[in-house]
Ligand binder design. Sequence first.
Ligand code: UDX
Ligand code: ADP
Length: 449
Amino acid sequence: MQIKNICCIGAGYVGGPTMAVIALKCPDIKVTVVDLNIDRIAAWNGPIENLPIYEPGLAQVVNKARGRNLFFSTEVDKAIDSAEMIFMAVNTPTKTEGEGAGMAADLRYVEACTKNIARVAKTDKIVIEKSTLPVRTAEKIKEILNKQGSSGVHFEILSNPEFLAEGTAIQDLFKSDRVLIGGDSSEKGQKAVQTLVNIYIKWIPKEKILTTNVWSSELSKLASNAMLAQRISSINSLSALCEKTRADIEELSKAIGMDHRIGPHFLKTSVGFGGSCFQKDILNLVYLCKFYGLHEVAEYWHQVIKINDYQKKRFAQKIIDHFSGDLNGKKIAILGWAFKVNTNDSRESPAIYVAEKLFKAGAIMEIYDPMVSKESVFSDISFYWEVSKIKDLKSRISVNDSLTTLDLSVDAAAILTEWDEFKNLDFSKTIVFDGRGVVSSSKYSIGKG
Ligand code: UDX
Ligand code: ADP
């Protein structure tokens, strides 16, 4: 099948950058990214320096393709109608109520999106799962499309999970370690797989495009994230032991990572991992294991989350203990709010948790992140913090929009996102805590307690 029109439902962290790169690399295909969120689409169509997502290199890609063959729109039905290929890149948060609450993926957006496709489609479509979904979701999608779709319209479902990491999304999309495409073994299924391969082959070497069955592809995404997060929880658990024994966690990481069977990546100790994927995907995996009666396997993966919670708690507690349990009237600088460097995304950021604990222990806080706005910080606080109405919130928390207005003569500073600009700050007047569990009373340097 010759693809002339692609539609992507969901203009978020996954849909936006992925489609921008596909449009850039395939100038002969019209790519339309649609979303129900009017403000988000307006921002994608607005000034290039104010795109809704901050991602190094993204603005340049959008600038080249936007208006040429890349379009952002709220006209979801129209884009579905004219596309031969539809990517689903909608959000799949953790369920908050009902069966599997707190663990299973909430598939309501995927379901709504599928029903929308079924209602509108009048010609055959290749429907691609881009969002991370529990294994065997394709079966449900197929059922809805076949039941509710127009008769005579054929839907082929593919799984093509996104492996990009925020902060390096554009590089990850340009030079992917692998592109995974799962499809049905039937003739039509394999044809659909080939159609998608033909798109990626324009810039990804053939040997890096891996085709599998749908279920392996769906599960590989969850499993990859679980394995990566497991390494972080492993090293973070060892950082606690290092602090007791005066071993240096960075030296440990280096020594471990030099074993080529282990490798150096994802061994950096931190305040804990954050982001929209790891926690959500592991909980999803735990739920799946429980669903299939594999309780030991569920418990094994659950431990990765528990260590992450422990690490965040341990970090905040260390600061509280430093002030003998009483932070009343103490001024703490919270440096960094994003869940990692080079993104404006703060979903599940450890900073949110650490700040909550410090605030509840009485601290006065000065928060600064170069990419996260004041509005986002307060919206995270009202969404994540366990007390909905905290008195004196605004009198004890100030969010700075510039580093120059930040007062560093505070009682302590906590570096929670590793932005480069924090590396050269003059911390001579305060005590600094960071992800390495280091307490530095002079410079931001390692090992001096
Ligand atoms: C992750 C996966 O890497 C990506 O393949 C998948 O598609 C989505 O989930 P992302 O969450 O964007 O990507 O960022 P990642 O770089 O994986 O970092 C996740 C968290 O782990 C961050 O909070 C980061 O600070 C932390 N981390 C990462 C560590 O604490 N130590 C490390 O060594 C690496
Ligand atoms: P991700 O990090 O997975 O990209 P985001 O939350 O950033 O997640 O983006 C998902 C986007 O999908 C949101 O902008 C949301 O408005 C959009 N979305 C969810 N459901 C639908 C739907 N049925 N139709 C169109 N857009 C949708």
